[in-house]
Design a protein around this ligand. Structure first.
Ligand code: PHE
Length: 340
């Protein structure tokens, strides 16, 4: 029996010590030797056959073997748990010193930048923003604006027709008529947006471009108000020293009408490459809202007067950033876009 106990002890301890033994193997071992039907239990049951002298000796030995195996088991279980935790910690290790991944952050398109800039200036002067559809009725794009069918002014703003009566707006001016129909004076709005013309693409023309319209209607509005307001705009957009100049012009929907120039901000008016030696740069069209237009929109020209202006956003952006070709805006070449 002593031999059996020694054998049990050696077998069990060597299995426990083996590096291949895992939790499942330990449990199997416990059942095999210490379980109810285990080998050690069998030895204890067989003790009845021993002589009274031998019994206590073998009993003590069996208890020692059991205790030894149990403590080896506990130790091994603790060691297995510790190394499992180590492995987990190692696999979940986070190195906070590794450099982060750089997010690519986009930014606004130069046209959006300039448009927002312009909006800020006018909002600062008490204007609010009005929007109108790009697919527009012939009525709002032309007729309401004092441009009847067959009027020669239509030639300069040839556009894309969807039907006889529906077209892609050639200017933001139809928003004037829409706003005047919908709300009564005092009116003070700007309206930025896309416009279309059937022009061939070149360095200064595009079949799609952007304009910003402005409209003020109230009692006693004069050309002086228009001039003062545009001067404030020009100085804020192009610098304090900027002067403006009105040249007589004709638009069917304003009377009198003017084309407005700013003094060249590159040379201060002496003449340079940017202003083509003129000292002045044209930036917009403007005038006093024609009485016919007021009347078309249900506003009494005897009671109210107003001014309107319209400018090209691309043109302002090209001047501001010294861009020499309008096509850069639409090609989305990141080497260009990234510079703003
Ligand atoms: N809509 C005109 C154009 O596109 C500009 C303009 C707007 C002129 C408002 C006068 C008043 O040429």
């Amino acid at each position: 029996m002593k031999d059996t106990l020694n054998r049990i002890k050696e077998e069990a301890l060597s299995i426990i010590a083996s590096p291949d033994t895992d939790d499942a193997a330990l449990e199997a071992l416990r059942i095999k030797y210490l379980g109810k039907k285990g080998e050690l239990t069998a030895v204890l049951r067989g003790m009845g056959q021993l002589s009274p002298e031998e019994r206590p000796i073998v009993g003590q030995m069996a208890n020692e073997v059991r205790a030894e195996i149990e403590s080896a088991l506990t130790e091994k279980k603790t060691a297995l748990a510790a190394s499992a935790l180590d492995a987990q910690l190692l696999s979940e290790k986070l190195d906070v010193t590794v450099p982060g991944k750089k997010e690519k952050v986009g930014h606004r398109h130069p046209l959006t930048l300039v448009q927002r800039d312009m909006e800020e200036i006018f909002i600062g002067m008490g204007f609010s923003i009005a929007e109108g559809p790009e697919v527009e009725y012939d009525y709002y794009n032309f007729q309401a604006l004092n441009i009847p069918e067959n009027h020669p002014a239509r030639d300069t703003q040839d556009t894309f027709y969807i039907t006889d009566k529906i077209l892609l707006r050639s200017q933001t001016s139809p928003v004037q008529a829409r706003v005047m129909e919908a709300q009564k004076p005092p009116i003070r709005i700007i309206s930025p947006g896309r416009v279309y013309r059937s022009d061939a693409m070149d360095a200064t023309h595009s079949p799609l471009f952007h304009q910003m319209e402005g409209l003020v209607v109230d009692k006693g509005i004069t050309m002086g108000d228009l001039k003062g307001m545009l001067e404030t705009f020009a100085k804020t957009e192009f610098g304090e020293d900027t002067r403006i100049r009105f040249r007589p012009h004709h638009f069917p929907f304003t009377e009198p009408s003017a084309e407005v120039d700013i003094s060249c901000f590159m040379c201060g008016g002496k003449g340079c490459r940017l202003c083509k030696g003129e000292g002045w740069i044209e930036i917009l069209g403007a005038g006093m809202v024609h009485p016919n237009v007021l009347r078309n929109c249900g506003i009494d020209p005897e009671e109210y007067s107003g001014f309107a202006f319209g400018m090209g956003v691309e043109r302002i952006a090209m001047l501001k950033y010294h861009i020499d070709d309008i096509r850069h805006f639409y090609e989305n070449d990141v080497r260009f876009i990234e510079q703003f």
